[in-house]
Structures are given as C-alpha cells and as structure tokens.
Design a protein around this ligand. Structure first.
Ligand code: F6R
Length: 615
C-alpha cells in the first residue's frame, strides 16, 4: 500500500523517483505523483489517477522541470477515491511545501476542523492534505522543516509515514514514521528514502531502517535521525542482501511465474547455514534463547497466506516440541482479550514485516508481557525490529501481490524453529530429528520436480477458465493447503473458491456439490500412519457420487485415487508434514494460469496491495 520515494543529490530526481515508484508498484496503488524542487528553486508537482504509466505519459507529453530534490508517491486510496485531486503530493497553503503520506491519520477530521476555522480551504478529500496544511502552518512559525514536522507529528493519531520538502530548504527532504515503514538509502553525494529498499536498491545497497516515532532529514551529504522531539539517535546501517536484478522479471511473463519457479531456491536459502551435523543452528534466536526452555504455550499470529503457514507450523510444533500451539488471525487476536503471560511465546509471521494488523498484534503481545518471535522476509522491517528475535526467511524480494515463495519459506522457517524447540525441550529423539531434517533438506529438489507439472496444469486451467466456483478439500496438513489453493484462486482469477477440511464436508458443504462442480482434493500419502488416506478417498467417492469433477493432488504412484479422479497431479514422496510444501505448488500454478487465461494481471490483482499497512 502506498509507495514512498525521496531523493536528494544530483539534478536527476525525476529519474530516481519514477524508477523507485516503478519498483514499489508491487505494493498496490491507484494513483501516482511527484514533487520536485528545480535548480531554479521552484516547487513543481504532477500527479495522476491510474497506473504509473499514466503519469509517465503525462510527463512525456508535458515535461516537468527536473531538480536535485524530490519526493514521489503511489497512493492506495483510503480517504477519497483514486482521482487526480486526491493523489499525492499535497501542498501547503502558500504552495511552497509538498507532502506525501502512507497510512491513516485517525484524528484528521478534528485537525481539519481546526484548520477550516483558521480560514484554510481544501482541494481534496484526503487526510494527507490536512497534514500538508498543518505542516505549512508550523513551518511559518519558524525553526526549519524538521522541527516543524516534529511539532506536527506529535499531534497526529494513527499510522503514518510522511515525507516533505520545502522550496526554502532546497536540498533537504524530511521524513517521519509511526507504525508505517520508512528506510534510508545511503549514497555518495546523494541519499534516498523509501517505503522499502526496493525504492533505491538500483542505486545503493547500503540501508538504514528508521525506528518507531523517528524523524529523518537527508541532504546530499548528511543523514540525521532524531526522535519526534529533536533528540538525535544513532540508527544502525545494514547491507541489502539482494541486488536490483533480483527484483526484475528477468524474462518471465510475470513476477508471479518467476517467484513460483524460485521456490526451490527460496527454501534452500532459508535452510542454508541453519543445519549442521543433524542439528538446527539458529543464532537468530539469541534474544530469546534463555526464555525458550520456560515457554509453555505458543500463539501464532498472521494474516492470509501467512496464517496458513502458521496452521502448518502448529501441526509441526505440537508434534515435535509437544507444546500447545494456537493460530490466530492478527486482526482478531487482540480483540479476543487473549490470555498471555511471560511464558507465552507469540510467533508472528509476515512476509513484508509491515502488515499493520500483525504489527498491532505484536505490540499487544509485548505490552501483555509475552515473548515475541517473528518470521519475516524483509530485512529491517518494523515487525522484525519490534520482536525479541526474528528468523528471516531468505526467499528474496517477493514482488507479485499474491504470496508464493514466501509461503514455502515461512513453512521451512517454522519447521526449523519447531525442530530446534524440540531439541531444547528434549521431546524428539536424535534419529527423528535427523529424519525430519533430511526430509526438509530434500524439499528444494522435490520442488523442482513439482514445477515440471506446469504445462499439464496450464492445459487444465485453460480448459477450466469459465468455471464459476471451485472447491478445495484437505485433511490435517492438507487443510491449510486447501485454504491456500482457494485464496490464490479468489485473489488472482476472481472466482468464488472455498477451502474445506474434508471431514467437515458432511456437516454442510456437501450441499454445494452438483454435477460438474470442480473440486481439488489434496490426498495424503497412502503411507500415512493415521489412515487419513483412506478417509480422504472415501470423501472423494462421496462427492463423486454427486457428480463432482475430482482434481486430485496425490503422491506419485498412488493408484488408489485413479479410478475416482478426473485428473491426478502427482507430487513426489515426502513425510506427512512435508507434503504441503509440495502440494501447494500445483494450486499456485493453477490459479496463475487460470487468471492468465482470463486475461487478468496476475502480479497486481484488483483491489489488493502487497503490503497492507492500514488496519
Ligand atoms: C495472499 C497474500 C496475503 C498475505 C497477507 C499477509 O496471497 O499474499 O494473504 O499473506 O496479507 O501479508 P504479510 O505476510 O506481508 O504479513
């Protein structure tokens, strides 16, 4: 949601801002704009509703004077529709100051009333324009831009990242953040700001994450970070572990196709250096290691796809570490008055590390005295910084809005943690640990094999492109896979899709089955010791008897489903807990191919944002 770029350096702002906004497009947006201080000292802006290409075409038709200082924004509409007028930047009353914003200013109505009473008028419906006008008024009171920003942000409630520039301070961009992301990029004679490192990674891999309630001032040669009251703080620099090419499509038809294909590598990179001599080695847990022995309960919090990874984590942690685990959606968690104590470990899972619902849930857990661990894919992200410890997934940048490679990497990280906790608690024999680690280590190679089914699934998806509804069934670890398969299809192909626990079928959902209804079934291995396989095969027969078209995802060589399935997509042999890492891939490919067959944009589905930074 909302992409933010700031730049100070050489007279090439426009190129830097548009390049940065292009790399932030994946976050999801519906309008775009820039503000630049020209070499002559004028403040010029341009903003347009629609995709970045609309703004680029507009700039080609009528050039904007370039300069050495600029800010750029892609807006995901909250207050007011996606129009030119509501797009950012917004200006101060005297037109000398421009401001962009990500987040929601919850008390904007009250502040707007104050400004209206003071004779101010507004051109947009946004909360952002209120912040711009307020900042303009504070600037007039003196002390410079950073000090004025400090006086404004202490009055704002809600979540925000703000960037501003003023024509009277031509080589300065200031920024502030609360519960919303902002990262600094350090260059030579130039500095950058961005919602995430993608905004500037083509220029520099040296980055600094800005902490909660902090203000940053960048000039071509200096970076100053303070708290909201002007006291200087020393932020820590980090090196971005991927380069600009990792965030490029590199010949693939879509980022999603590329990211699905990168799953073997995403899992391998997440495991790399963390398995030694049949033990899990997680120096990442340094901040938590001593507390782990005393933990008596785990609550996993996450949203969407990440919550399905959490459900799989529950099966693994309970089996291996014999500890009670519950999984809650982050946005439900804190309103349920959860019972938390210093012996509760709250594990948050978030690809972006910026999901507002999950961030707020983590903060709630911290305030309640629980220990916190995050599983996160984005270095320096807010959730990671707030938690006692973080296990980074090393999936690389995930650009397509729908999560794929981050999901399998999250499962791998949770399994590593589960095996480590089992060792700490002495609940798993060395032989069983070794067997599980061998299974985990073999997943990248098996994922390569699953990817070979792509063409067959493509045919199936084309053939099914006019489906009105698709159902997904699974039991035990197959259930979160069914939920994920349904979510992928909904968000990419805009088809009604539901995932069910197969055992629940007879308790209601079987009424949906009518002749021709397509149903994907995640079939457990026939080697499963809990005889789940037989139960799922019975479920298949029940729905087939009512006319369902069965699309089974089953272990290679499982002949038992052949007589009842219209299509069988084989996956390699794996232990029960590890099957989901493989079974989910055909469902990801199916959703992507079906959306493609319908002519839809698989990287940026309608209404969705990659990083959901509002509650
Ligand atoms: C679905 C998807 C979302 C995210 C969810 C959480 O494909 O991507 O459901 O999983 O919005 O996002 P993160 O992991 O960034 O917290």
């Amino acid at each position: 949601m909302c992409g933010i770029v700031g730049y100070v350096g050489r007279p090439k702002s426009l190129e830097v801002l548009l390049g940065g906004l292009r790399r932030l497009e994946y976050r999801g947006y519906d309008s775009a704009g820039v503000a630049i201080i020209t070499e002559e000292g004028d403040l010029v802006t341009r903003k347009r509703a629609g995709k970045l290409a609309v703004l680029v075409d507009d700039l080609a038709a009528e050039a904007l004077t370039d300069g050495s200082t600029g800010i750029g924004h892609t807006r995901w509409a909250t207050h007011g529709g996606p129009t030119d007028g509501n797009a950012h930047p917004h200006l101060s009353r005297d037109g000398k100051l421009a401001l962009i914003h990500n987040g929601i200013i919850e008390n904007f109505a009250e502040l707007k009333a104050e400004l209206l009473a003071d004779g101010y008028t507004f051109e947009s419906e946004t909360d952002t324009e209120v912040a711009a006008k307020l900042l303009g008024r504070e600037y007039e009171a003196g002390g410079g831009l950073a000090a004025a920003l400090g006086r404004v942000v202490v009055r704002l409630e809600g979540a925000f990242t703000l960037l501003a520039l003023h024509r009277d301070e031509p080589l300065v961009v200031v920024g502030a953040r609360r519960n919303s992301p902002l990262v600094i990029g350090l260059g030579e004679g130039e500095n950058f700001l961005g919602s995430d490192v993608a905004a500037f990674v083509e220029h520099t891999q040296r980055a600094v994450a800005i902490g909660q309630d902090q203000i940053v001032t960048i000039t071509p040669d200096t970076v100053t970070v303070t708290d909201f009251f002007g006291t200087e703080v020393q932020p820590t620099e980090f090196q971005v572990s991927w380069d600009a090419s990792a965030a490029e499509k590199g010949g693939w038809s879509s980022f999603m196709a590329k990211e699905i294909s990168e799953q073997p590598e995403a899992v391998a990179n997440t495991l790399r250096t963390r398995i030694h001599d049949d033990h899990v080695v997680l120096p990442d847990l340094a901040g938590l290691e001593e507390s782990l022995v005393g933990i008596d309960r785990i609550v996993i919090i996450a949203c969407g796809t990440a919550s399905y990874a959490g459900m799989l984590g529950k099966y693994a942690l309970e089996k291996w570490a014999r500890i009670p685990v519950e999984v809650q959606l982050s946005h439900e968690f804190r309103y349920s008055e959860p019972v938390l104590s210093p012996t509760t470990l709250v594990v948050s899972i978030s690809q972006s590390g910026e999901t507002m619902d999950t961030l707020m849930a983590v903060k709630y857990a911290i305030e309640a005295g629980a220990k916190t661990l995050s599983i996160c894919n984005t270095q320096g992200a807010t959730i990671a910084r707030e938690s006692d410890a973080v296990i980074y997934t090393h999936a690389g940048p995930e650009v397509a809005v729908a999560s794929t490679k981050a999901f399998v990497a999250q499962i791998a990280a949770l399994y590593l943690f589960g095996l480590h906790l089992a060792e700490v608690r002495g609940t798993l024999s060395p032989e069983a640990t070794k067997e599980a680690l061998d299974e985990l280590s073999s997943i990248p190679e098996k994922l390569e094999q699953v990817l070979l089914t792509k063409e067959r699934i493509q045919e199936l998806a084309k053939w099914m492109s006019d489906s009105r509804a698709v159902l997904f069934l699974g039991r035990h670890v197959g259930y979160p896979v069914a939920l994920e398969g349904a979510l992928k299809l909904k968000e990419l192909a805009y088809i009604h899709a539901e995932g069910f626990a197969a055992g629940e079928l007879k308790h209601g959902p079987i009424a949906l089955i009518e002749p021709g209804q397509p149903v994907f079934v995640v079939v457990p291995s026939p080697r499963d010791p809990n005889s789940l396989h037989a139960k799922v095969v019975s479920n298949i027969q029940e729905i087939r008897a009512r006319g369902a078209r069965i699309l089974a995802i089953a272990e290679q060589g499982d002949a038992s489903v052949l007589p009842f399935a219209d299509e069988v997509i084989p996956i390699p042999l794996a232990g029960a807990l590890f099957e989901p890492l493989l079974a989910v891939v055909p469902l990801q490919i199916f959703a992507m191919e079906l959306a493609t067959a319908k002519g839809l944009d698989v990287d940026q589905p309608r209404n969705l944002a990659k990083s959901v930074t509002v509650e």
